[in-house]
Design a protein around this ligand. Structure first.
Ligand code: SF4
Ligand code: SF4
Ligand code: SF4
Length: 443
């Protein structure tokens, strides 16, 4: 366990965190609010808790660990850390019998893609249809987590694509394109979703890097970052996965390790250092890995700082899109918008600016997408209510595409994308996907 966090003592119950909390704003339930959770932690530590464990569990497990409350709290209450620690204390999280979320966690934990693939194939047989069927069907009657998106397609595109710089399950070192000098050597951390489900985004990320003269290393043994485990109170698995990932990149002489998933950044940059202490084996490797990992957007900003001209791309036709800023991106320390586009969407604005034909419209409030890692699995109905609210503002902007930069957000937004216009699905993509498309000159 990390050192005890006493920031709960700072809470003055002012309520400034209430308007930004997605779980509180579903039904205005104080138990599901940041200060409600802080109050539970406070009474728990004071040993005066009268609540049933089930009630505490409900309050903690409905926290999306989005960090929105921390951003506005005037008294520096570390709510996400308090909640994560409370989850770890609630042993029930680890002892649950078979359930769909437990199954999902076991799939994620397995590093061997072949097993991930088989498990997802099983998920498509009738017995498990219920699992996928719980998600809103798209207008054409298919569930969003059906064959269309899963690795069956992604695998084919990885293995068949001539232009793919990623070779499935192999260690690769992709040289920089054209006459570009190999100025930077970067590792690529895909995360489990961009590896096993939306693999095209991994291909697009690596393409965008190599087209800008970066040499990229993709190790085979990387796996899930562990975020779903810590958000379920399973500290042991979280730490095992952290060590696995740190060792996969060890000793490769990389300038940076890049990820295109905002939730992976949050997990590796913010949580890894918190849950290891200096007496533990692999502490140095964990710290090195955590320090070296940066978001794809921060990495492009680094290239710019070094005087490297970021390549421009062009879309074949003008595309009006909105950018959903993931909670785990807007709460990162490197989120410091400067230019007009950056002010609109944060650091990714640098890349959005390089895509001729992309017209980004602002979202009024940038509500949470409702994913929250295991929150979406465990509390699907609540998650859906949050996503619906998100789509109210998307509807207002009437975009042709919805862009974002987090695997969890893509999951939730794709799930609900059919509700914007009847019988018309609005495509959801990663901004790096549209950038790679513009560099390749594809439609
Ligand atoms: S904003 Fe901070 S101090 Fe105010 S109620 Fe929320 S957690 Fe407590
Ligand atoms: S982390 Fe997000 S969901 Fe959890 S209490 Fe804070 S604002 Fe609410
Ligand atoms: S944040 Fe999500 S996508 Fe990224 S590795 Fe963790 S679980 Fe997988």
């Amino acid at each position: 366990m990390p050192s005890e966090n006493k920031s709960y003592l700072n809470c003055v119950h002012c309520g400034k965190c209430l308007p930004v909390c997605p779980s509180y704003n579903i039904d205005f339930n104080e138990f599901l609010s940041p200060r409600g959770r802080v109050r539970i932690v406070l009474t728990d530590y004071a040993d005066s808790l009268l609540l049933r464990p089930g009630k505490i569990m409900e309050s903690m497990s409905t926290c999306l660990l989005c960090g929105r409350c921390e951003k506005v709290c005037p008294n520096d209450v570390n709510i996400t850390e308090l909640v994560a620690n409370e989850k770890i204390k609630l042993e029930e999280f680890g002892r649950k019998r078979f359930s769909s979320d437990k199954l999902a966690l076991n799939i994620l934990k397995n590093k061997r893609k072949v097993l991930l693939k088989s498990a997802l194939k099983i998920a498509n047989i009738p017995f498990f249809k219920k699992l996928s069927g719980r998600n809103s069907p798209l207008p054409e009657g298919k569930s969003f987590i059906g064959k269309r998106d899963l690795i069956f397609n992604a695998d084919t595109s990885l293995e068949k694509s001539q232009s793919s710089p990623l070779k499935h399950g192999q260690v690769i070192m992709q040289s920089a394109d054209e006459d570009g000098k190999n100025i930077f050597k970067a590792g690529y951390f895909s995360g489990c979703v961009f590896n096993g489900i939306y693999s095209q985004i991994s291909i697009d990320t690596v393409t965008s890097l190599t087209k800008n003269g970066v040499e990229v290393f993709v190790p085979k043994m990387q796996g899930c970052c562990g975020l779903p485990f810590i958000s379920s109170g399973d500290l042991k698995s979280f730490k095992e996965l952290a060590v696995n990932n740190a060792l996969a990149f060890k000793g490769k002489k990389l300038d940076y390790i890049v990820t295109s998933c905002a939730s992976c950044s949050y997990s590796i940059n913010k949580l890894y250092p918190k849950y290891f202490n200096e007496n533990e084996e692999n502490y140095t490797e964990i710290l090195d890995f955590s320090k070296k990992l940066i978001s794809i957007w921060a990495f492009f900003n680094e290239l710019k700082k070094h005087g490297i001209e970021i390549k421009k791309g062009k879309l074949d036709k003008e595309t009006k899109a909105v950018f959903h800023i993931p909670c785990h991106l807007s709460n990162m320390p490197d989120f410091k918008p400067v230019t007009a586009y950056e002010k609109l969407i944060g650091e990714p604005g640098l890349i959005a600016d390089k895509i001729a034909g992309l017209k980004l419209k602002p979202l009024k409030y940038n509500y949470c997408c409702g994913n929250g890692g295991m929150f979406n699995v465990r509390h699907y109905d609540l998650s859906k209510k949050i996503t619906k609210r998100k789509f109210e503002e998307i509807k207002e902007a009437a975009p042709q595409e919805i862009l974002t930069s987090c695997s969890g957000c893509i999951f939730s937004l794709k799930d609900q994308s059919g509700i914007v216009k009847h019988n018309e699905v609005i495509p959801v993509n990663h901004l790096i996907g549209i950038y790679a498309r513009s560099l390749r000159g594809e439609k």
